[in-house]
Design a protein around this ligand. Structure first.
Ligand SMILES: [Zn+2]
Length: 89
């Protein structure tokens, strides 16, 4: 009687997540948003959704509100959803 192969799919699933987490870029935007008030947060979220707002503009906007060390690349990654914000850490 042939024994069915043990199911390893859970390991592969974990591997995919570990791989994704490694590829995900660290992102300071989550921390920036924690420091913003409600109004600024909604403005920023709208800016992310708007294709007309350039990443550099968002960097300037954030630095006016005290956020240092942001780069347009952070904005681009955040928009694409390839930053760690989506993993919730
Ligand atoms: Zn992010």
């Amino acid at each position: 009687m042939a024994q069915s192969d043990p199911d390893l799919s859970e390991f592969f699933e974990l591997g995919i997540w570990a791989q994704r987490a490694r590829k995900m870029k660290p992102c300071p935007l989550g921390d920036v948003m924690k420091t913003l008030n409600k109004k600024d947060t909604s403005v920023l979220l709208a800016a992310f959704d708007s294709g007309q707002v350039k990443p550099g503009w968002i960097v300037s906007w954030c630095s006016r509100r005290g956020a240092q060390g942001l780069s347009p690349t952070h904005i681009v990654n955040h928009r694409k959803g390839v930053c760690r914000c989506v993993l919730g850490d």
